[in-house]
Design a protein around this ligand. Structure first.
Ligand code: SF4
Ligand code: SF4
Length: 219
C-alpha cells in the first residue's frame, strides 16, 4: 500500500465529485472518512490508495490521482464496503464509475492487463450476448501477448468440462451488441486505450450460428 506523497502538487477538478456521484448513483460527498470500508476490504493490500482514500480524493476533485490509481482496477466488487458503510454508500458503484471514466479516457496504464480483460469480455459479450470463456481467453492472450500464462490452468478447466469448445448465443444477442456499441463507439478514437480486435459481423445483424447450432439466435 502506498500513502499519498507529501509535497506533491496535484491538480483539482471541483466538478469531479458531482460527476462521479451522478454516474455512480452514490453521493460521494456523504463519506465522512470513518474508514470502515478500508477495514473490511479484502483487496486493500493490492491497492495503492485505500478505498477511503479514493473517496476523499474524489471529494477533493483529484481526478488524475484517482483515475491513474491501481485501486480502481483491483476492486473485486465484493460489496463488503457497501455492507459496512454507515452512510449507506455503495463504494463498489463508485469504483465502477471510476474505471468507466478511466476506460473512456484511455487511462489504463496502471493496470493494462485488467483493462485488456475488460475489453476482451466486452467483445465476447457484444457478439454472443453472453460470455464465452475460451474466446475471451484467446482475445486476452492476443492483447497481452502473454500466450503461455495460465495454460496449465486452462487445461485443467478443460479436462473438468468447465470450458466449452463451441460458443452459445442468447436470444437478442444483436440487441446486446447494439447497446454495447452505443457506449463504446462514442466519439473517441479508442475509448479503452486497449487495442481493439476487429469483428467481422455487422452491428445491426444477428450473429450467425457456429457449426452445430441453428441459424440466428439460440437459447
Ligand atoms: S467492493 Fe472493492 S473496495 Fe469494496 S470491499 Fe470489495 S474489493 Fe474492497
Ligand atoms: S465506510 Fe462509508 S463513510 Fe466510512 S470511509 Fe468508507 S465510504 Fe466513507
Amino acid at each position: 500500500m502506498r500513502l499519498l506523497e507529501k509535497d506533491k502538487t496535484i491538480e483539482s477538478e471541483p466538478d469531479f465529485v458531482e460527476h462521479i456521484s451522478e454516474i455512480s448513483g452514490e453521493d460521494v460527498r456523504q463519506c465522512y472518512q470513518c474508514g470502515k470500508c478500508l477495514a473490511g476490504c479484502p483487496m486493500v493490500e493490492e491497492m495503492d490508495l485505500t478505498p477511503s482514500q479514493v473517496m476523499r480524493a474524489v471529494q477533493a476533485g483529484l481526478k488524475d490521482l484517482v483515475l491513474d490509481s491501481h485501486t480502481i482496477w483491483c476492486c473485486a466488487g465484493c460489496e463488503t464496503c457497501a455492507a459496512r458503510c454507515p452512510k449507506g454508500i455503495d463504494l463498489c458503484h463508485v469504483m465502477k464509475a471510476l474505471t468507466s471514466e478511466a476506460f473512456a479516457e484511455g487511462r489504463t496504464q496502471s493496470a493494462p492487463d485488467i483493462a485488456a480483460f475488460h475489453r476482451s469480455f466486452l467483445d465476447t459479450v457484444s457478439v454472443l450476448g453472453r460470455n464465452y470463456e475460451l474466446g475471451m481467453m484467446g482475445l486476452l492472450k492476443l492483447r497481452t501477448r502473454n500466450l503461455l500464462q495460465d495454460v496449465a490452468l486452462g487445461m485443467k478447466l478443460f479436462a473438468r468440462g468447465k470450458l466449452n469448445l463451441i460458443p452459445e448465443y442468447i436470444k437478442g444477442n444483436a440487441e446486446v451488441r447494439r447497446m454495447i456499441r452505443q457506449v463504446l463507439d462514442q466519439p473517441r478514437p479508442d475509448r479503452t486505450g486497449v487495442s481493439p480486435v476487429t469483428t467481422t459481423h455487422e452491428d445491426a445483424g444477428e450473429t450467425p450460428a457456429p457449426p452445430g447450432h441453428g441459424a440466428g439466435e439460440a437459447r
